[in-house]
Design a binder for this molecule. Structure first.
Ligand code: ADP
Ligand code: MG
Length: 896
């Protein structure tokens, strides 16, 4: 099956870039070519004034890439080969102009340098299916008209055979290696290249003298092809049956020709001229063939050389052919360049008739048919066996059925006979039965007549019976009612009887129980009484015993006490006589004292001195005019004191007689006003006695005098410790809360005020209620009391402020905790002027502590501070107020 088309040989011209020698010539380099790639023309200079222009299918400058060469020159041919046509790509040119570079470069290092051979095989491999198609290569060298296998170098002189019918050329004996991938391709081409080089070395020739021919055999299955890329021309008739396997077989020749220069120029000296001619035979023969083809000559000398025989299909044949003519740029090779260009020009005139050949793939077809026959044969055999088996089975079943049928036949004939017999017997029996039936019918008729007769007589009798029956029924019913009533009465009677019987039984039981109970009760009581009696007797005896013991104990105790009483009486008598003498002494003293004492309370006032310096004026203001009296009074007292002795005076503090006690306290109070006495009083237990008096006594005078004495003692720092530690503050506060006597309060306040002057006792003082007691006494409104309160607060605030300013203490004032600040603010207008300055001082000292700022601000203290800073009569108060206002940022902020 053939499809044919006319197709001219395509010719491209490629110029090699200048080589190192040519570049070395620099400005001296002379070129004879000028390319005009845009119009695909080449200008060849004959000399300085004449040049000729040649048109090619494509002109490649020295910078053209291998890829573009492939795409323009070889790709159309490869595509054609893939479609099933034969194809040829060939390089022609002088040695050293780049034929091998264009065609056979392997590009091992740089894939961009790969030549047409590698690229064509790569293209083919990527375009076909390895499952249905195959590609194989032969690689040959033609030298001195001898064909050598480059893939199997041992094979030389390979013959070229032409099929006389088809004209197909083959090289029997040349290796045809099937390839699967590009790596394999590169390996084969490398082997070929190595072998070409080795062969030439061995024969002492140059590769430029030999032709290298790569033949690519391609076989593709048409069915697959129809589905993929190949399109069969539609106008062609397709007479092969559709299910025949068709193949497309095509061949691609890639030829790297020997150098086209004349022998003498190639530098291969040493060859005989004849040999040289032989060397060039193939090439000159090719030139002749192309000339003949170009000129449409009737005779084409194809058979003249091995090359032309091998390329029979490529020029003037059925293949699609592309030719690259390579030239160098140098003017030195003008004549070679010119002959190359002319060769190309002539080749462009050669027209091939490309033809597609489809072949039935008889091999596959045969295989398929054989498979089919095998399949059918085995199937037939299988069916035959199956039939035979079925036939045998059927025959067997038929036989079985036949015997079964015979058996059945026999059985049924016997059964038929038996049935005939039975039938006869039945017929006879039926006859007899019919006869009997007739006889019975006759008898039946007679009987039915009799029955009719009996029925009528029976009806009559029934009527009579009905009448007698109703009378009997009435009688029976009356009898039944009476019987029923009688039964009921009898039952009631019976019940009554049984009830009375049970009552009787019950009565008897009760009687029995009653008698039993009577006797047991008496017995129990007697026993119980006995038990009780014995118990009581027992307790009584034991009580008597214990009483007796107690009595004896008491008697002995009595005796003991009596003894003690006697000795005590003696002591008491002694004491009494001693006391009498003391009392007489006291009375004497009293008498002498009354003359001196103008006013008791005033004296006591004088007794209290200021210890802190703050209080001296306040405490002494009333006694100022009594100084002289006091001095003489004290003199008397100290005289008495010397005469009687302190222990005796202190003993009198415990006297049972109130009057004596009062006087003794007053004496002690007076003594306590003197520093020298204070120590002795305390040493002799006077402070303890005074504190216990304060605690136990209910007498106001004693309270007043004791408080005075303690106030005096409280001026001394060591006494302050004793007073505080023995709970003096608490006792004083207690008296303050109990009394409403202003003088007592004055003493108490004075004592507390003195204690306020020592910061060591502040916390305890506060804890024991001293501060609260001070504030509480304000209610009395008595100027002297208020003066002491103010003095105490000023003492307290000053000491506290000092300790805080020295950094020994921190925190809000204890006074504020007890409400002093709000007390000051609430009562500021009520203070007598004499007291005011003490209060002002106390307030200003409080204002020095920043931790009190908030309370001062809240209670409206800023106003008071401002007032003090301006109006206070005391410099120190004014200065303190100013200092507080100016140094405290909180106050400054408030003022703004
Ligand atoms: P030929 O096969 O025609 O004798 P070669 O292909 O062996 O020529 O080329 C001769 C030298 O020139 C080689 O070194 C080759 O690499 C180099 N050469 C040829 N053509 C080119 C080109 N187009 N670009 C770069 N180098 C080239
Ligand atoms: Mg070469």
């Amino acid at each position: 099956m053939c499809f044919s088309d006319l197709c001219r040989v395509r010719v491209a011209l490629r110029i090699r870039p200048k080589n190192t020698d040519e570049l070395a010539q620099g400005a001296d380099f002379d070129t004879c070519v000028e390319l005009q790639p845009e119009c695909k023309k080449l200008k060849l200079k004959k000399n300085n004034w004449a040049s000729e222009s040649y048109q090619f299918d494509e002109i490649f400058g020295e910078n053209s890439s291998q890829k573009r060469i492939y795409e323009v020159v070889a790709k159309p041919v490869v595509e054609s080969v893939l479609e099933g046509y034969n194809g040829t790509v060939m390089a022609y040119g002088q040695t050293g102009t780049g034929k091998t570079y264009t065609v056979g470069q392997l590009g091992k290092e740089d894939p961009s340098e790969r030549g047409i051979m590698v690229r064509a095989l790569e293209h083919i491999l990527s375009s076909m299916s390895l499952e249905t198609d195959s590609v194989a290569v032969s690689y040959l060298q033609l030298y001195l008209e001898s064909v050598q296998d480059l893939l199997a170098p041992e094979k030389t002189n390979i013959p070229i055979v032409e099929d006389p019918k088809t004209g197909e050329v083959s090289l029997p004996g040349a290796a045809i290696v099937e390839i699967k991938d590009l790596e394999h391709v590169c390996q084969l081409l490398q082997i070929g290249e190595t072998n070409r080089h080795a062969a030439n070395t061995k024969m002492n020739t140059e590769s430029s003298r030999s032709h290298a021919i790569l033949i690519i055999h391609l076989q593709r299955s048409l069915k697959i092809k129809e589905e993929t890329t190949v399109s069969i021309p539609s106008d062609t008739e397709h007479t092969l049956p559709g299910d025949l396997p068709l193949v497309l077989k095509s061949k691609l020749l890639i030829v790297d020709l020997a150098g086209s220069e004349r022998i003498d120029k190639s530098g291969s000296e040493g060859h005989m001229i004849e040999e040289a001619k032989f060397i060039n035979l193939s090439l000159s023969s090719l030139g002749k063939c192309i000339n003949a083809l170009a000129e449409n000559s009737s005779h084409i000398p194809t058979r003249d050389s091995k090359l032309t025989r091998m390329l029979r299909d490529s020029f003037g044949g059925t293949a699609r052919t592309s030719l690259v003519v390579t030239i160098g740029p140098s003017a030195r090779h003008h004549s070679e360049t010119s002959s190359t260009v002319l060769f190309g020009q002539r080749a462009m005139k050669v027209v091939n008739t490309i033809r597609l050949k489809e072949e039935v793939d008889y091999e596959t077809l045969y295989k398929n048919v054989e498979n089919e026959v095998d399949h059918l044969t085995s199937e037939m055999e299988r069916q035959q066996k199956l039939r035979h088996r079925e036939k045998m089975q059927l025959e067997k079943r038929l036989k079985e059925s036949e015997t079964f049928l015979n058996d059945l036949k026999m059985i049924s004939s016997v059964q038929i006979e038996n049935l005939e017999k039975e039938k006869h017997q039945f017929e006879y029996a039926v006859k007899r039965l019919m006869q009997e039936l007739e006889e019975k019918e006759g008898r039946n008729n007679v009987l039915s007549e009799k029955i009719v007769h009996l029925e009528t007589s029976l009806n009559e009798k029934k009527q009579q019976q009905l009448e007698s029956f109703s009378t009997t029924q009435i009688l029976a019913e009356t009898t039944k009612t009476y019987e029923k009533k009688m039964g009921e009465l009898l039952r009631e009677l019976e019940e009554e009887r049984s009830r009375s019987a049970s009552m009787k039984g019950h009565f008897n039981v009760l009687e029995q129980q009653l008698s039993d109970a009577r006797s047991s009760a008496q017995e129990n009581m007697a026993r119980e009484l006995k038990r009780e009696l014995s118990k009581i007797t027992q307790t009584f005896t034991s009580q008597v015993h214990s009483l007796e013991e107690k009595i004896s104990q008491l008697v002995s105790e009595k005796e003991l006490i009596y003894g003690e009483l006697k000795s005590t009486q003696a002591k008491v008598q002694d004491e009494a006589s001693h006391r009498q003498s003391l009392e007489a002494e006291v009375l004497r003293l009293k008498r002498s004292k009354t003359d001196n004492c103008v006013e008791e309370s005033k004296t006591l006032c004088g007794m209290v001195r200021s210890g802190s310096g703050l209080g001296s004026e306040a405490f002494m203001h009333k006694s100022g005019n009594l100084k002289e009296t006091l001095a003489s009074q004290r003199g008397t007292i100290s005289k008495i004191f010397e005469e009687v002795g302190l222990p005796n005076v202190l003993a009198l503090l415990k006297s049972e007689e109130l009057e004596v006690q009062i006087h003794a306290v007053k004496v002690v109070a007076n003594l306590a006003a003197e520093d020298i006495n204070q120590e002795k009083i305390v040493e002799e237990g006077g402070l303890d006695a005074l504190l216990s008096l304060l605690e136990t006594s209910e007498n106001t005078t004693i309270h007043r005098a004791t408080a005075g004495a303690i106030a005096n003692l409280a001026m001394n720092v060591s006494n302050q410790a004793l007073i505080m530690n023995k709970g003096g503050a608490r006792l004083l506060a207690n008296i303050a809360s109990k009394t409403d006597d202003p003088q007592t309060m004055r003493m108490v306040a004075g004592a507390i005020a003195n204690l306020c002057g020592n910061e060591k006792w502040h916390a305890m003082l506060k804890q024991d209620g001293g501060i609260k007691a001070l504030l509480g006494m304000f209610q009395t409104g008595h100027t002297d009391v208020i003066a002491q309160i103010a003095r105490g607060l000023a003492n307290f605030a000053k000491c506290e402020s000092r300790v805080i300013s020295q950094g020994h203490k921190k925190g809000r004032s204890l006074l504020i905790e007890d409400g002093v600040l709000s007390w000051i603010m609430a009562n500021s207008t009520m203070f007598p002027p004499s007291t005011r300055r003490h209060i002002e001082l106390a307030f200003c000292h409080l204002a020095q502590n920043v931790e009190n700022s908030r309370d001062i601000i809240i209670t409206g203290g800023i106003k008071e501070l401002l007032r003090i800073s301006k109006e206070s009569s005391r410099d120190d108060a004014r200065n303190l107020a100013k200092k507080a206002l100016n140094s405290n940022p909180a106050f400054l902020k408030e003022i703004q």
